[in-house]
Design a protein around this ligand. Structure first.
Ligand SMILES: C[S@@+](CC[C@H](N)C(=O)[O-])C[C@H]1O[C@@H](n2cnc3c(N)ncnc32)[C@H](O)[C@@H]1O
Length: 319
């Protein structure tokens, strides 16, 4: 597994001997391993909401004895998890957040994220961990046309949202990922070609944006990012660094606003909402370079990095 923008990320985080870092999106452990191997005296608190990722973190913690603290939970549970583990506010040197799904999640058809390999319509990063959490099947089979259109349009940036949601309504119940991909493609006039070229010139399945929208909704991903940045704000020490990697513009917009302290009262409306930061409010973050992108070489070696955007900010507590 190749971690995205690892060099740029760790250099932006300015990691030093003895630092304690939180990897808020452990995944397959790519970034954590990179830190373990390159910064011998650091510790990493490794969070992920996915049980499989947590198991990998537990295994890795045996290899790097005393240097990895695995935590199972999501960003909105992190504050509680940290205090339960004796981590105090204002104490961490750096935090990193590599948003979205892991390739591991996409590659397991039974998790229901894949639109090329069939699986149940699930998409919960938490798996069965949180009882009662809605699945992708609940979303496509129960919401009304207006609600589906809104989700697909706003979270997927999909202009054909209305036709897609009416195709879903006509063809439900839908129970598998390939079924959903087929129903979505029926909403496009030239259904013979299920691929189209996206804004970055990549060939994408016609249902990619719809799948992304439903996934974001099921996992409440944008609200979660807000929680993640808020919790880092609390636990990073003065001068501590936060690095965030996002993969699409909606995520990046939320990150940018959070770091600029623009209040997002209704994340569902991030596209439309105009937030304001009052002039008198204290600044919690100082931003470094505005935006870092992967090198051409990295994109060639790891095409998944192509849409990545990295933002680095410094926690400032005195002014
Ligand atoms: C892009 S992957 C991270 C890959 C990792 N940096 C690596 O190099 O292996 C994102 C991971 O973050 C986790 N994740 C996403 N949202 C989360 C949240 N709100 N709380 C905790 N973990 C989350 C996902 O389960 C997934 O494993």
């Amino acid at each position: 597994h190749i971690p995205v923008m690892a060099e740029e990320l760790v250099s932006g985080l300015n990691i030093k001997r003895g630092d304690v870092i939180i990897d808020m999106t452990f995944g397959a452990g790519g970034h954590t391993k990179f830190i373990m191997e390159n910064y011998k005296h650091c510790k990493v608190i490794a969070l992920d909401r996915d049980e499989k990722a947590f198991e990998i973190a537990q295994d890795l913690s045996k290899k790097f004895k005393g240097r990895i603290i695995p935590l199972l939970g999501k960003f909105s549970e992190l504050d509680k998890l940290l205090s339960e583990n004796g981590i105090v506010e204002n104490s961490l040197n750096a935090a990193l957040l590599d948003a979205g799904c892991s390739s591991m999640q996409f590659d397991q058809p039974e998790r229901g994220f894949s639109l090329v390999r069939d699986g149940p319509l699930d998409m919960r990063m938490d798996g069965n961990r949180s009882e009662g959490q809605i699945t992708a099947a609940d979303v496509v089979n129960n919401l009304d046309e207006e609600e589906l259109t809104e989700i697909i349009y706003k979270y997927g940036d999909e202009r054909n949202a209305r036709n897609i949601s009416s195709s879903i309504i006509e063809n439900r119940p839908i129970s598998t990922t390939l079924e959903l991909a087929r129903v979505v493609s029926m909403a496009f006039s030239q259904t013979s070609d299920v691929f189209r070229v996206d804004s970055l010139g990549r060939r994408c399945h016609i249902a990619t944006k719809t799948f992304m929208a439903i996934r974001i909704f099921v996992n409440d991903e944008l609200n979660e990012i807000c929680h993640g940045i808020k919790t880092s704000e609390k636990y990073l020490m003065n001068g501590g660094k936060m690095g965030v990697i996002t993969f699409h513009s909606l995520e990046d917009r939320v990150v940018k606003r959070m770091l600029k302290q623009i209040e997002i009262s209704k994340p569902f409306n991030v596209k439309m909402g105009v937030g304001k930061r009052s002039k008198t409010e204290r600044r919690y973050w100082k931003r470094e370079q505005s935006l870092l992108l992967p090198s051409g070489e990295e994109i060639e070696q790891n095409p998944r990095s192509r849409s990545a955007k990295l933002r680095i900010a410094t926690r400032c507590r005195d002014g």
